[in-house]
Design a protein around this ligand. Structure first.
Ligand code: NAD
Length: 264
């Protein structure tokens, strides 16, 4: 095949349905010639993941709960058994109790704080450990983050604290794995209506605000995140590591409500 990722093999983690950011990235990678495997969380999601993956030519699905070391070991053992190595991994996974994605951050419970950090932050480090062990120089690791890591956004709460830790971990991982020629980056996506996003309080309001106030005066799509991911996953991004690439219609540069934006 031809394309930016011709001859490359990639693992996509976090596909839940056709609204997932992982789906936008998977489609872009497949269109550029990559061979893909998918991990999914639990049997219930398989019936969604399987037809989507099949539609872009993949028949490799491996169950993995990133909260479990055994499950992660099983995933990477399976990848190693199938391919021997992997060229790129996309980590599009996050989770928190939706009851704490509204109201005040100060009320976050210890249990949910720990769980959110485990699933949304540590899991990427755990993935990088295992992926790097079967990755040749030129490999690329990618995670997804949000502006709520950098600035206070309504309702994002503990997830914002987790994304800040995730963004810091991208920098440390980039340093550790850079010596082996492996790059580690994040994409900070603007708000996109997905299953995970529906757990965030007033998400429609956040989408509308971004649409009216971002420099491009619109929201971004899964496809646009997919296009940016191609840069970071392919040789186009060979000089870029430890980066947090904003794909948010420019919202992160804005300091104030746009003059022409109506009140909402
Ligand atoms: P999504 O619901 O489609 O994907 C989230 C995925 O996380 C699901 O596939 C789910 O199965 C998986 N997951 C959760 N807990 C897991 C576990 N224990 N083990 C394995 N998988 C688990 O939603 P999405 O919006 O596509 O989310 C993907 C990533 O993008 C997340 O990190 C999210 O924080 C990030 N992000 C989303 C937005 C947005 O507005 N949607 C913006 C910026 C960043």
């Amino acid at each position: 095949s031809s394309g930016l990722l011709a001859g490359k093999r990639g693992l996509i983690m976090g596909l839940a349905n056709d609204k997932s950011i992982a789906w936008g990235i998977a489609q872009a990678c497949a269109a550029q010639g990559a061979e893909l495997a998918f991990s999914y969380q639990g049997e219930a999601l398989l019936k969604r993941v399987q037809p989507l993956a099949a539609s872009i030519g993949s028949s490799t699905f491996i169950e993995c709960d990133v909260g479990s070391e055994e499950s992660l070991d099983g995933l990477f053992d399976a990848i190693k058994a199938k391919w021997g190595s992997v060229d790129f991994v996309v980590h599009a996974i996050g989770f928190s109790d939706k009851n704490e994605l509204r109201g005040r951050y100060v009320d976050t419970s210890r249990g949910n704080f720990t769980m959110t950090m485990d699933i949304s932050v540590y899991s990427f480090t755990a993935v990088c450990q295992r992926a790097a062990a079967i990755m040749a120089p030129g490999g690329s690791l990618l995670t997804l983050t949000y502006y709520g890591a950098e600035k206070v956004m309504p309702h994002y709460n503990v997830m914002g604290v987790a994304k800040a830790a995730l963004e810091a971990s991208v920098k440390y991982l980039a340093e550790d794995l850079g010596k082996d020629g492996i790059r580690v980056n994040a994409i900070s996506a603007g708000p996109i209506k997905t299953l995970a996003a529906s757990g965030i309080g007033d998400f429609r309001y956040i989408m509308k605000w971004n649409e009216l106030n971002s420099p491009l005066r619109r929201n971004v799509t899964q496809e646009e995140v997919g296009k940016a991911a191609l840069y970071l996953l392919s040789d186009l991004g060979s000089g870029t590591t430890g980066e947090n690439l904003h794909v948010d219609a420019g919202y992160h540069v804005v300091g104030m409500k746009a003059v022409d934006a109506p009140d909402i």
